[in-house]
Unconditional design. Structure first.
Length: 750
């Protein structure tokens, strides 16, 4: 038996210590590191909100360089904004410890332009071609409309430009436009598209859509050129892949065919830009396009609390068109997502303002708070509440409410009614809508007004007694002055809101926007309706105009912390400590117009928009809805958004001062008193409150015990019979108001 203590004549070497990971990989979680190191073959990184996708992208790019798998000129990295491209370059240079030169990092358009300039002759251009902006495109189309003698009112230049750009986003040259779409405008739009492309070629110019469309044409017609770029780019990386359109998708697929080392990073649950061409199907079919693709899910969230993540995750599971992932975090519990019901939009703005002040008193920064709305018109009440409370704010992604073109125009009409000598206001709207009053006519009026020291309206009144003006201009100006005088008489008897509504209709201003087929026209009409609502709060037209002047004087200071107000679409990619999500009502959110146009696909996009909104919040998130909304001066009952019902109950805290939505307290199983602590309710609403307080409302029961055929009473609509019951919502045929859908808690058995 051998001595157990005897030394081995041939000792085995100690196992080598595992090689230490490069420093740049330290701190990455398991999924992030997998995404960084999976550099060969097609890879799809599903990066949930707040999961550190930017770090993964830049580290992956740096990893390829540090491992000498490719040089900078052999990597194509595509972003959606110049800011993102610049940030990527800066981070990678810092990671590798030196400036990186000669690489291909930029937006789709920037890289497309670079490829086109190197091969311009092959697509009928010279390398110095001009890139037209949106205004140049519209002006060129207007010229072509004149040549074709097309009625601009039937086919406005911006409408035609929008159709052409949508065709380009889908990769359609004129000869490729589908037969089903070629007949738009009796086929005239397609004819204009052909002439437009020919004119661009003559001008040695391209628009933004061409930067990818002509690249596709180049690759398809010049296979040797395509092959050279396929061999150049050993690795391709794409950010925000869920936002790519069809042309971008086709462009990427062609370039990736040689090495198939394409890595797309995106989140199917945050695809919210279909209205500008984004195609969520691009990310959903990635595994079909690239067989054998590796899918890495980034699910650990570093931004939000568990309740916020669980609420958002529970909501998005109702979407069928998604690849699926579950966000999680190791952050402490935090508070639940609060859902608050209020009586109307004014009460909602009051609630949000009070909450902002309360958080500010607790030490929260105003710059870390945001109000995210579904539609632009919603900002008005919040802006006015911020001004009343003296809370600095900024509207991101668009002008403040009273700075918007359509609001300035409408207010200009009201200013001239109140003050006929207001030349600045009169000049703004004298030919809006078009009245055939040209520059020559206005120049004549100005010359006479200056010479006689008269206001424009007084000068016109004098000139109408002469033959100085052409007959058509004289008639138009005469009619306009007469109409203003009529409105002026009305202003003495009509409420200001009714007067404004009449002015917008009589002047043709509303019809002008209805006739426009521009994408933002419906939103402008909504803003005008909101202006009418705003006027209801003022006894006189003069007091409203004074209020507007004071609001416009509320100058922004760059050195002051401000609450951010913006649309949900504009909030993507941002984050805040506290987020307010108002207006969660059926028809507003989800948006009825979107549902009517897009059906189920639009509903799922609206739900993704809700998911984006919730996941902008780090610590606090409050969703609110109103029981009533004023639309064009008329009260309308509102029902809570279906998205509220889809939020998991264990992660939300629901309270409604209007009594339209109440849940049992989780701890005590008692019904929450919807009016506890509410003392400032107007007398006109007292009966509704008494009705609500006396109701034993249970949202999970069928209409709180109501059934079809029962005669009921509603405070606003009167008596009627129930025709159908849908959970806590009742369809009622009212004797005077006709068919309406209302909340069960708003009615009593008759």
């Amino acid at each position: 038996m051998s001595d157990p203590f005897e030394l081995d004549d041939d000792p085995q070497p100690a196992p080598a210590a595992p090689a230490r990971a490069p420093a740049y990989l330290e701190g990455l979680n398991e999924s992030q590191r997998e995404a960084v190191e999976a550099v060969e073959g097609p890879v799809l990184v599903l990066a949930g909100a707040g999961t550190g996708k930017t770090r993964v992208l830049t580290t992956r790019l740096g990893h390829i360089l540090m491992q000498n798998r490719a040089g900078p000129g052999e990597i194509l990295a595509v972003t959606f904004t110049n800011k993102a491209a610049g940030e990527m370059k800066e981070r990678v240079s810092h990671l590798v410890g030196r400036p990186v030169e000669g690489w291909w990092v930029g937006t789709f358009h920037a890289i497309g332009a670079r490829i086109l300039r190197a091969n311009a002759e092959a697509v009928g251009l010279s390398p110095q071609f001009t890139i037209l902006d949106a205004d140049d495109q519209v002006r060129l189309i207007k010229q072509l409309i004149d040549v074709h003698e097309i009625d601009e009112k039937r086919l406005p230049p911006r409408t035609i430009s929008g159709i052409i750009q949508r065709w380009k986003d889908r990769g359609f040259l004129p000869e490729k436009v589908p037969t089903s779409e070629a007949g738009q405008g009796d086929g005239k739009v397609l004819d204009l598209y052909k002439d437009y492309q020919e004119r661009l070629s003559t001008l040695n110019a391209a628009d933004f859509g061409d930067l990818l469309l002509l690249c596709l044409k180049l690759f398809q017609e010049q296979p040797d050129v395509l092959k050279s770029y396929q061999r150049r780019f050993r690795y391709i990386m794409v950010d925000e892949y869920q936002d790519t359109n069809v042309a971008q998708y086709l462009w990427l697929r062609l370039l990736a065919q040689e090495y198939r080392n394409i890595c797309c990073v995106g989140d199917d649950d945050q695809s919210i830009y279909s209205w500008r061409g984004a195609e969520v199907g691009n990310i959903l079919r990635f595994e079909e396009d690239f067989p054998g693709a590796r899918v890495v899910r980034l699910e650990r969230n570093y931004r939000s609390t568990p309740h916020i993540l669980a609420a958002a995750s529970g909501l998005i599971t109702y979407n069928e068109g998604r690849l699926g992932k579950t966000l999680w975090t190791d952050i402490n519990d935090g508070e639940k997502v609060r859902v608050r019901g209020v009586w109307d939009g004014e009460a909602e703005a009051r609630l949000v303002g009070d909450e902002i002040e309360a958080y500010q008193n607790k030490g929260e920064k105003l710059s870390d708070m945001a109000v995210l709305v579904r539609a632009g018109f919603q900002t008005r009440e919040f802006e006015e509440r911020m001004i009343t409370l003296g809370i600095p704010y900024r509207v991101i992604g668009g002008p403040r409410f009273y700075e918007r073109q359509e609001i300035r125009d409408a207010v200009a009409y009201l200013r001239v009614i109140a003050q006929p000598d207001d030349d600045l206001a009169f000049e703004r709207i004298v030919n809006v809508p078009t009245r055939g009053i040209g520059k020559t006519t206005l120049q004549t009026v100005h010359t006479y007004a200056r010479a006689e020291r008269l206001s424009l309206t007084r000068a016109i009144a004098k000139l109408l007694e002469t033959d100085e003006l052409r007959p058509q201009a004289r008639k138009s100006l005469s009619d306009l002055l007469a109409t203003f005088e009529m409105w002026r008489v009305m202003s003495g008897t009509k409420p200001s809101a009714e007067l404004c509504k009449q002015v917008l209709e009589d002047s043709g201003y509303v019809d002008m926007w209805k006739a426009k087929r521009e994408p933002d026209a419906p939103g402008r009409l909504d803003n005008l309706k909101e202006l009418v609502v705003a006027l209801e709060d003022f006894e006189t037209l003069g007091s409203f105009l004074e209020h507007v002047s004071l609001v416009m004087e509320n100058e922004e200071r760059s050195d002051t912390a401000k609450v951010s107000i913006m649309t949900l679409h504009g909030a993507k990619g941002l984050e805040f400590g506290t987020v307010f999500l108002p207006g969660w009502e059926e028809g507003l959110f989800p948006n009825q117009r979107s549902l009517d146009e897009g059906g189920l696909a639009s509903l799922e996009e609206e739900r993704r928009l809700a998911y984006v909104g919730i996941t902008r919040a780090r610590k606090h998130c409050m969703i609110s809805f109103a029981a009533n909304r004023r639309v064009y001066g008329q009260w309308q009952s509102a029902t809570p958004s279906r998205f509220i019902d889809e939020l998991p109950a264990e992660h939300i805290d629901v309270f409604s001062e209007s009594g339209v939505y109440a849940r049992r307290d989780a701890a005590s199983a008692e019904l929450v008193d919807p009016f506890a602590g509410v003392d400032d309710v107007p007398r006109s609403r007292r009966r509704m409150i008494e009705v609500d307080r006396g109701a034993s409302y249970k949202p999970t029961s069928n209409g709180a015990g109501f059934s079809i055929g029962i005669r009921v009473f509603h405070q606003k609509f009167g008596y009627g019979k129930i025709t159908s019951v849908d959970g806590d919502k009742l369809d009622i045929d009212f004797e005077k108001a006709g068919p309406k859908r209302v909340m069960a808690s708003f009615v009593l058995p008759a």
